[in-house]
Write a protein that binds this ligand. Structure first.
Ligand SMILES: *Cc1c(COP(=O)(O)O)cnc(C)c1O
Length: 417
């Protein structure tokens, strides 16, 4: 069962687990993100099952969807977390996550963020540059602590994904250059307040083949062996996230097959394996509910203007990403070809192009596969309060984030004299 199948039709109604999405729209309004707890749980358990013969830590990448209720579901299943800011660390702790299972990635960690993470006692800093090594050494020293680190190595492999979400090529800003990694490990080994515990790579997002992951592992292992021969023995390998999902016609490997391929490429090495999956755990576990406001016939195109917009779901505008769009109730309207657009004053404000749909004003639509990088990339552009979020658990629905109010949006602003 793919996670998308936690949303299916029963008697012409799209249902999340046991709850008709139309009922959720009625109760909570639109736009509204809806997540399935069973789908979240299933994804995590597929990783845990596939990894159970090997020492491991699954660190959910918080930025994919940082809602506290989602973090809490994963924390209770034993997850660790991959964070990219101090704010995300505070979320993890507020959601009941354990600092000792947290890895901290990102190219621009501030002194304050390093302090916070050291004081919380995280598992590891994924260091991305030489100056970051020096800064972390200094900050750890000032606190009388030793920071556990891995270097994020840029293996210079092509992830064959959208250029904006490709991170493992040498022209990208991420990680340390492959050719400089060994000398940076030697530099780090000489810094008194750092402890070298691992090596890390993350080559991109929405990968639909295993071959780039395997290519990256092979390059990483060459470095691991070179370091071992110099007496620098690493305890863990962090292979990042990046496994893709099906939005349209993609055929990414199943979680079990992806993990099996990674373990195969490790060729019997026993280092603890850390993975940082984001999208694959939440993407197909969520939908965005929206209502048709207007049908606007045009000279060349028909528009269905809906109440969700690029501020709610930025992926189509940002990456020209495709999301399936399904009627929440299968109704008898004439089928037409529609541009599905939002109310924002930008031509880039679209949710989907050229969709054959039977809709009328007030019809509800479900934008599928919206659980990852949906709410987390949302904004208040056009002074639009952010959508509410709910989680379905069997036949129960829980509000996990209230719809924002306009008052909240300008609460921190002031008019000058
Ligand atoms: C974004 C990110 C991830 C998660 O990527 P997905 O494609 O969502 O799995 C993992 N690790 C790092 C360092 C990231 O920046």
């Amino acid at each position: 069962m793919t996670m998308r199948q936690y949303f299916n039709y029963q008697n012409n109604q799209l249902v999340a687990e046991g709850v008709p999405l139309a009922d959720i729209a009625e109760q909570y309004g639109t736009p509204c993100y809806v997540y399935s707890r069973a789908a979240l749980t299933s994804g995590f358990q597929q990783f845990a099952e596939a990894l159970k013969g090997h020492e491991h830590q699954i660190c959910y990448a918080v930025k994919a969807n940082p809602n506290l209720a989602i973090l809490n579901v994963f924390a209770r299943l034993g997850a660790g977390f991959d964070i990219v800011s101090g704010g995300e660390l505070q979320r993890v702790l507020a959601a009941g996550g354990e600092a000792r299972k947290v890895v901290f990635s990102g190219v621009g960690k501030s002194v304050a963020e390093m302090r916070m993470a050291l004081e919380a006692g995280i598992l590891c800093f994924n260091v991305e540059s030489a100056p970051e090594l020096d800064r972390l050494n200094e900050v750890a020293g000032s606190l009388g602590k030793v920071a556990a680190i891995s270097l994020r190595v840029n293996p210079d492999v092509d992830a064959k994904t959208h250029p904006y979400i490709s991170t493992g090529l040498k022209q990208n800003k991420f990680g340390v250059a492959y050719t400089e990694a060994v000398s940076l490990y030697c530099k780090a080994a000489a810094l008194p307040n750092l402890r070298l515990t691992g090596m890390d790579c993350h080559i991109g997002s929405q990968l639909t083949e295993t071959s780039p992951f395997i290519a990256a592992i092979e390059k990483v292992l060459v470095l691991v062996d070179a370091l071992a021969s110099m007496g620098i023995v690493l305890e863990h390998l962090d292979l990042g996230g990046g496994l893709g999902i099906c939005y349209d016609k993609e055929t990414p490997p199943a979680i079990a097959d992806y993990v099996a391929a990674l373990l195969g490429a490790l060729k019997g090495r026993t280092q603890k394996l850390i993975l940082e999956p984001g999208r694959v755990l939440v993407g197909n576990a969520g939908v965005l509910l929206t209502r048709v406001e207007y049908i606007k016939p045009g000279c060349e195109k028909n528009f269905a203007i809906v109440d969700a917009a690029m501020n709610d779901l930025m992926r189509p505008a940002l990456y020209d990403a495709y999301h399936g769009i399904l009627p929440v109730v299968q109704e008898n309207h004439p089928v037409q070809n529609y541009e599905i657009v939002g109310p924002i004053c930008e031509t880039g404000d679209f949710i989907g192009h050229a969709r054959e749909l039977a809709v009328a004003p007030q019809s509800l639509l479900a934008v599928m596969s919206a659980g990852a990088y949906g709410m987390s990339m949302s904004s208040n552009y056009n002074t639009r309060p952010r959508a509410c979020e709910v989680m379905v658990d069997g036949d129960k629905v829980h509000l996990i984030r209230a719809r924002e109010t306009v008052q909240q949006l300008f609460a921190g602003e002031s008019i000058i004299a």
